[in-house]
Design a protein around this ligand. Structure first.
Ligand SMILES: NC(=O)c1ccc[n+]([C@@H]2O[C@H](COP(=O)([O-])OP(=O)(O)OC[C@H]3O[C@@H](n4cnc5c(N)ncnc54)[C@H](OP(=O)(O)O)[C@@H]3O)[C@@H](O)[C@H]2O)c1
Length: 249
């Protein structure tokens, strides 16, 4: 039975690396891209490597786009086996919690929390049509309260309260949805993944600049997600993990 995987924000960075790796692993990959032309360019890039993928316009912060993408996916695919909620962005840096503008906080939550939930809720019916399915939420160590309180952790010194709060909130959504689906005896797992610091364009730097600051290569950043997405079993749910194991919530 073909594995059919949708990756939001799949046109570049870790999303594109996941598309490439999962297509190579035999998944039927659908790249969600808010800019369709960028999504098509990503598909063309994969084609040069003899890999195939489809593309759907999907801006996770735009309810109309989410609705239209859902309708397209329902028309074109019998089911989804994997949803990777990868689209994410940071809208605040080093703004003190006491004065950070609401607008920045709302922008962080729009994509990293509400967007993730909107896509998930719309696509659950398609995920339920598969014999078993996986929802993988790309989170961040930055959303870990355990790490934020650990003086030995890099996250202790991080300051992006909007982004960090939104990822922490998405982690709680992961737990609660996982429990709901488990209690309903549905074969759909929900997990959050910390990719680590990865050399992408995330936050506005170039991948080279990020690498110079110690960010890991794409292959390292996607490893845990890839392991979950390609695992033949589907018995891990409600976890927050990276390549080293479980991450403290
Ligand atoms: N890089 C890191 O060090 C790091 C660390 C921890 C967690 N993460 C998380 O990893 C995930 C992937 O990040 P990345 O490093 O690959 O970042 P990236 O290179 O900046 O890619 C982000 C992707 O999200 C898309 N996107 C942005 N806004 C969107 C929207 N409203 N709707 C749909 N797609 C949207 C972007 O599309 P456009 O090309 O149109 O902008 C792009 O495809 C994010 O959730 C991020 O929070 C990253």
């Amino acid at each position: 039975m073909p594995q059919i995987t949708l990756i939001t924000g799949g046109n570049r960075g870790m999303g594109l690396a996941l598309a490439q790796a999962l297509a190579a692993a035999g998944h039927q990959v659908i790249i969600g891209a808010r800019d369709l032309a960028k999504g098509q360019a990503a598909v063309a890039q994969l084609q040069q490597q003899q890999l195939t993928a489809d593309v759907v316009q999907l801006d996770v912060t735009d309810p109309v786009s989410v609705q239209q993408a859902t309708a397209t996916l329902q028309q074109c695919y019998p089911y989804l086996t994997c949803l990777i909620n990868n689209a994410g962005a940071v809208f605040d840096q080093r703004q003190a919690p006491s004065v950070i503008p609401q607008a920045a906080l709302r922008a962080d939550f729009d994509i990293n929390y509400f967007g993730l939930i909107d896509v998930t809720q719309h696509l659950l019916p398609l995920l339920k049509k598969a014999p078993q399915a996986k929802i993988i939420n790309i989170s961040s160590m930055m959303g870990s309260k355990t790490e934020a309180l650990n003086p030995a952790s890099e996250v202790y010194r991080a300051s992006a309260v909007g982004y960090q709060s939104a990822k922490a909130a998405a982690n709680m959504y992961t737990v609660q949805l996982a429990k709901e689906l488990q209690q309903a005896h549905l074969p759909i797992t929900v997990n959050a993944v910390d990719p680590g610091m990865v050399a992408t364009e995330f936050g506005g730097a170039s991948p080279e600049q990020a690498a110079a600051r110690g960010a890991q290569p794409l292959a390292v950043g996607i490893a845990r997600t890839l392991a979950l997405a390609t695992s033949a079993t589907n018995d891990v749910t409600a976890t927050f993990s990276n390549t080293h194991g479980r991450v403290g919530w």
